[in-house]
Design a binder for this molecule. Structure first.
Ligand code: ACO
Ligand code: HSE
Length: 337
């Protein structure tokens, strides 16, 4: 088993353990990282929720000795939008970066986004956070963020939903099911095939055309093929195929309206001041999905649009635009954190 499943590659992980049976598991642990300090009123805690292949390492280089870059470096650190907050980022339940996942159990139960959020509620209780100043998430992280706000409306003061949806659509489930078939046919090769399919959906036709055209490598592969091979190999080195299946199935299960009278009724439960943003070129999580969220959440301030040629991945790449949204959601109030 790779060290990344158990270990602490950046030397910053902490673990929370829950010893009681939970969602078909005998118990669980969540790996998480934190930045900053919880204030005396416990009013400055921000929960950052990662996407499908992300992890708890939101930021690197904030403290000496931890240089490995994170996936939202632009948000955390001196002078950055979450400076002064107590930032908490767990690895999702079912993931493979320190949290309990299917690589540990032969008969790992299926999990839903709701199960994953319920696990994070236990982490919040453990940390002494009664209400998050903000919950932020994109894509799968946004699914958990909206589930937090619907399921625990009194515990989320403000909410940022990026490139996400209230319920997985038929197309999203369809693309995911092709990826799941590839992995079930051959877990290692299949993970690479799944990443290739997924990565195309994370980018845009125009970007791929502009970058690669019909170019070929010396070995005869198309440039775009080589690019996808590279992303497939990179993910296969750092990610567990069984976790990919568990997390993908959890995303397919996502429907905030299930057993709550539908999406509209569920979204009306949200009490948080909310910003919803989508990416103008996102073909996987199209703007219509964020429009539905913005229209349905009572405290939502319209729909914000991130302008980008990069498609769905823009919520990871367009850090200036994302940072501006975070500053708007949780403005710096000197001395009040
Ligand atoms: C820093 C961390 O630890 S992140 C860990 C957690 N990760 C996450 O949460 C998100 C997962 N990551 C991602 O989704 C993606 O990597 C993103 C969105 C961040 C990538 O965004 P971009 O910066 O646009 O990268 P892009 O898609 O252009 O890929 C660049 C890579 O493709 C390679 N590449 C470009 N063209 C080609 C080609 N024709 N053939 C082969 N490789 C190619 C580059 O050399 C580069 O390699 P590297 O990443 O190993 O340095
Ligand atoms: N590139 C992102 C896309 C999923 O939202 C990831 O791998 O997590």
């Amino acid at each position: 088993m790779g060290g990344w499943r158990f270990g602490d590659p950046n030397g910053r992980r902490k673990w929370f353990s829950h010893a009681e049976p939970f969602a078909g598991l005998p118990g669980f642990q969540l790996a998480y990282e934190t930045w900053g300090t919880l204030n005396a009123e416990a009013s400055n805690a921000v929960l950052v929720l990662h996407a499908l292949t992300g992890d708890s390492h939101v930021a690197g280089g904030v403290e000496p000795g931890h240089p490995t870059p994170g996936w939202w470096d632009a948000l955390v650190g001196p002078g950055r939008p979450l400076d002064g907050f107590f930032v908490v980022a767990p690895n999702v339940l079912g993931g493979c970066q320190g949290s309990t996942g299917p690589w540990q159990y032969p008969d790992f139960p299926g999990l839903t986004i709701r199960d994953q959020v319920r696990a994070e509620v236990h982490l919040a209780d453990f940390l002494g956070v009664e209400q998050w100043a903000a919950v932020l998430g994109g894509s799968m992280g946004g699914m958990r963020a909206v589930e937090w706000a619907v399921g625990e409306p009194d515990r989320v003061k403000s909410l940022l939903l990026l490139a996400t949806t209230a319920a997985a659509s038929a197309e999203q489930i369809g693309l995911a099911s092709a990826q799941l078939h590839a992995i079930r046919a051959n877990s290692v090769e299949g993970l690479g095939v799944a990443r290739r399919i997924a990565h195309i959906s994370y980018r845009t036709e125009q970007e791929l055309q502009a970058r690669f055209e019909r170019g070929r490598q010396e070995d005869g592969r198309f440039e775009v093929e080589s690019y996808l091979d590279h992303h497939a190999a990179k993910l296969t080195r750092r990610f567990d195929s069984a976790s990919y299946v568990t997390l993908t199935e959890a995303m397919n299960s996502h429907d905030v309206g299930r057993s709550r009278g539908g999406v509209k009724a569920a979204l009306r439960r949200v009490k948080a001041r909310t910003l919803v943003a989508g990416v103008d070129s996102d073909r996987l999580y199209p703007l219509a999905q964020q429009r539905e969220l913005a229209a349905g959440i009572p405290g939502a301030d319209g729909l914000r649009v991130i302008a980008s040629p990069y498609g769905h991945d823009a919520f990871l790449i367009e850090s200036e635009q994302v940072g501006a949204l975070v500053r708007e959601l949780v403005p710096v109030r000197s001395g009040s954190r």
